[in-house]
Ligand binder design. Structure first.
Ligand code: SAM
Length: 333
């Protein structure tokens, strides 16, 4: 382990902390992983997952980030419990990243929909773990976000018959299933933008009859002004900003805002600080190798910094009911 040095009065003081400490924390954590493994293998999924999440949450909150990363790599992913949790398809797909990143649309479907065991295509342990993960606050937040978006689309289309809507990084656009306006083709124009052509293929085949238009494009195309839409009533992005560094988030927000007509709305979301449902976030990082950017309200408010204040009619920052997600809603003057 790396040794830590601290500057005291200009002198370098070798605390040699991590080296000794590593031996102290590694053994009890490994024992907790052993216990979780035995409980899962014995069929007590709930107890096994609680043991695992609580051990990971504790490790994440006590280790310095560098030791935490090392623990994920050297201890957690080499432990047999990792093979067990990879029987769960959301976890496995996150970890394997067949599309080069965690959080693709296929993966989200494993927690969006209450899929029957045969559709999960895995072992009874995998099904049990999927049920457990679907009952956690963080996945409930994802479903809550999807439902909130569907109500938001309905509201905007209710206010204006020919509303034009753009979903940025749309994935499989699962909010469309719950939006009455979309199901009844009451949205003037619906553009679904994503860089993932396979996800757009699903949209085309499943939602083409509702008038949804897939648009192939990436954030960089928007930032370079190579992809631009005008007079939008609603532009929104969910599950995108959690991956974007702050300077990109700021530029993208200004660019998307500039696509709105007067009175148009921009709605953005980001996972809140890692202390909410911390054990689940530890599981995402340790077992799924899924590292999101968690933000505080002040970070999200910072996204507005390149929008001229004179163009802002209203701005609102709020959390979802689980306080796990932060939303930013902007209305153009
Ligand atoms: C976590 S999913 C969210 C999907 C959907 N919006 C939702 O809320 O379920 C992230 C989506 O962002 C897309 N994405 C990621 N980076 C992107 C980029 N730079 N440009 C366009 N799309 C991107 C991915 O292809 C994926 O469909």
């Amino acid at each position: 382990m790396q040794e830590h040095a601290q500057q005291v009065n200009g002198n370098s003081l070798d605390l040699n902390l991590t080296k000794d400490w590593a031996a102290e924390w590694r053994a009890p954590l490994s024992r907790e992983l052993d216990l979780a493994h035995d409980q899962l293998l014995g069929g007590d999924i709930s107890r096994g997952m609680h043991t695992l999440l609580s051990a990971l949450g504790h490790a994440r909150s006590t280790l310095v980030p560098e030791d935490w990363r090392r623990f994920c790599l050297d201890t957690c992913r080499t432990h047999p419990v990792h093979s067990l949790v990879r029987q769960e398809p959301f976890t496995r797909r996150g970890f394997e990243k067949p599309r080069q990143y965690a959080g693709d649309a296929v993966m989200l479907d494993f927690v969006y929909e209450d899929l029957a065991p045969e559709r999960l295509g895995t072992t009874p342990i995998g099904v049990g773990i999927n049920r457990f993960l679907c009952a956690q606050q963080s996945t409930a937040s994802l479903r809550g976000r999807r439902d909130y978006l569907s109500r938001y689309i309905d509201r905007v289309s209710g206010e204006r018959a020919d509303a034009r809507v753009l979903s940025v990084a749309c994935g499989h656009l699962r909010e469309s299933r719950r939006s009455l306006a979309m199901q009844q083709r009451q949205v003037g124009e619906f553009l679904a933008l994503d860089q993932d052509l396979r996800s757009l293929g699903v949209i085309d085949s499943e939602l083409g009859h509702l008038g949804v238009k897939p648009v192939a494009g990436a954030v960089k195309d928007i930032l370079r002004n190579q992809l631009r839409f005008e007079d939008m009533d609603l532009v929104y992005a969910s599950g995108l900003y959690d991956y974007l560094p702050q300077p990109i988030a700021i530029r993208l927000t200004a660019q998307l805002f500039s696509m709105l007509r007067p009175g148009g709305r921009l709605l953005l979301a980001n996972y809140a600080d890692p202390h909410k449902d911390a054990a689940f976030k530890a599981y995402m990082e340790a077992c799924m190798d899924w590292w999101l950017i968690y933000r505080e309200e002040s970070d999200v408010a910072g996204w507005m910094s390149e929008i001229p204040r004179t163009q802002l009619r209203r701005q609102e920052l709020f959390r979802d009911e689980t306080e796990n997600l932060i939303y930013l809603e902007l209305v153009r003057r």
